[in-house]
Design a protein around this ligand. Structure first.
Ligand code: ADP
Length: 454
């Protein structure tokens, strides 16, 4: 409760306090019909009991005033119900005043009945005690309202009794005062509990509303980002393709052959262009994945065939870097259920990383795929720079490149994140085991086809 209130700022806390007060006043007024009808019935019984034992004129005046006060309370209830934009402080005050008036009138009964027989006086005291107990439940949402009712109903007769000289009245006066104190204590506990419960409820509602607002704006920002990324990527791809196309045309133009320096410049333009195009494509992929716009079409394929195609593609790059590829996976005839094109994208990313982040003259090993429960396990192990414990988690986050890796190694830091998302879409997963300076094993698991399950 405390910590929740601390999470709300001052403005929110004030709004919660306002709502709590409004709920307390609403509860008071929801009980008013019972209070009005009940007290009129009980007071009519008292008047009936007192009839003939006390002065009729006093009794009629007292009863008439009570009926008028009751009618005013009924009218007040109607005004409250039809009031728009309720000023709850005003309505609380109105209730307290009318409860006080009612309490005064009932509190005056023992004075009127002073000369009545003792059993009638005892009956009146019994009724007063009952009304106080009833008032506890109908007024308890607001301590002030209960006190406004309790003080006159108990203190007027209490003080009157204490001022009498006989034992019966004095003891009754002491009992009434003690009873009133007990009632105040009970009401304070009850009202406090109710206030705490209301505070908790409204604080929760306010926190939930804030959470919902934050969720909606985060979602809007996320959608805007995805839209921006995908439209920007489209816009950039077209001119980039033109740059690369014209660079190629200049390079191929035999009539205007380039000198060595110009050739170098064209090569730089092409290299930078391809890198940029690669980055744009990756961002487009990522934006689509984040916007749930990538669809996969799983079919049954031999995992060995996909690996083989990928190994063929990366072999020239590996050769250039002096990396030996140890391929023990291409011959495997385990069948898996994957989107063939996306699966190639996944394996190509792992193989090209295994080459990029390897050392010169290193090895890249593909172990034979294994059947494990309902999945096929494939691991790619390199003898490269390796990763520290935290880096093994971070590499799967978008745009996360390990800083100490050679900054000349080209990359976008998106490949593994895309790989991870694609595998998830195909019902698979990815993981890494690595030792810094020794090498890394990136492994994947993809769903097995029925015929390859054991
Ligand atoms: P990119 O290679 O384009 O930077 P990736 O998402 O494929 O992006 O990889 C993210 C980062 O993870 C890389 O920048 C690199 O620091 C690290 N990484 C990926 N594969 C390996 C590997 N086989 N060995 C060591 N580090 C790797």
């Amino acid at each position: 409760m405390q910590s929740q209130a601390e999470e709300l700022n001052q403005e929110d806390s004030d709004r919660v306090a306002e709502k709590v007060f409004a709920a307390q006043v609403k509860y008071l007024y929801s009980q008013l019909p019972v209070t009005v009808i009940g007290s009129l019935a009980i007071v009519s019984c008292i008047a009936y009991m007192l009839f003939g034992t006390v002065s009729s004129t006093v009794l009629i005046i007292w009863y008439s005033v009570f009926v008028v006060v009751t009618l005013v309370r009924g009218w007040q209830l109607m005004r409250y119900q039809y009031a728009e934009d309720k000023d709850y402080q005003h309505w609380a005050n109105t209730h307290i005043v009318s409860a006080f008036l009612g309490g005064c009138l009932i509190g005056a009964v023992p004075i009127i009945a002073t000369n009545a027989p003792l059993e009638i006086q005892s009956f009146v005291l019994f009724v007063i005690a009952g009304l106080c107990a009833g008032g506890l439940s109908t007024h308890a949402s607001l301590l002030k309202a209960f006190i406004g009712f309790l003080v006159p109903i108990t203190m007027i007769p209490g003080i009157w009794f204490l001022c009498q000289s006989d034992q019966y009245h004095m003891v009754s006066g002491v009992v009434l005062v003690l009873f009133a104190l007990l009632m105040v204590r009970s009401c304070r506990n009850y009202a406090g509990m109710l206030e705490n419960a209301l505070q908790l409820q409204f604080s929760n509602e306010m926190l939930n509303a804030h959470l919902e607002e934050a969720r909606v704006s985060a979602e809007a920002a996320y959608d805007a980002k995805s839209m921006f990324l995908s439209s920007m990527s489209h816009e950039l791809r077209t001119p980039m393709n033109a740059v690369l196309g014209f660079a190629q045309l200049i390079e191929d133009d035999e009539e205007n052959a380039l000198n060595e320096e110009q050739n170098e410049y064209i090569n730089q333009i092409k290299k930078a262009g391809w890198h940029l195009l690669d980055l744009i494509n990756s961002i487009l992929d990522l934006a689509k994945l984040e916007a749930d716009k990538v669809e996969v079409f799983p079919t049954v394929v031999r995992i060995g065939d996909v690996v083989n195609e990928c190994v063929m593609i990366v072999s020239p790059i590996a050769k250039k870097s002096g990396i030996t590829i140890d391929d023990n996976a291409s011959r495997c005839d385990i069948e898996v259920v994957v989107d063939c094109m996306r699966m190639k994208q996944v394996i190509l990313n792992l193989l090209s990383n295994g080459i990029k982040y390897n050392r010169e003259g290193g090895r890249l090993t593909l172990e034979p795929p294994e059947v494990r429960d309902d999945v096929c396990y494939l691991a790619v192990t390199d003898t490269g720079v390796g990763l520290a414990q935290q880096q093994m988690v971070d590499v799967f986050l978008p745009f996360n490149r390990v800083v100490e890796h050679d900054s000349k190694i080209e990359g976008t830091g998106i490949g593994l994140n895309i790989t991870c998302n694609l595998l998830e879409l195909m019902g698979g997963r990815i993981g890494v085991e690595s030792e810094k300076g020794v090498g890394s094993t990136f492994w994947i698991e993809v769903p097995l086809a029925e015929q390859s399950k054991r």
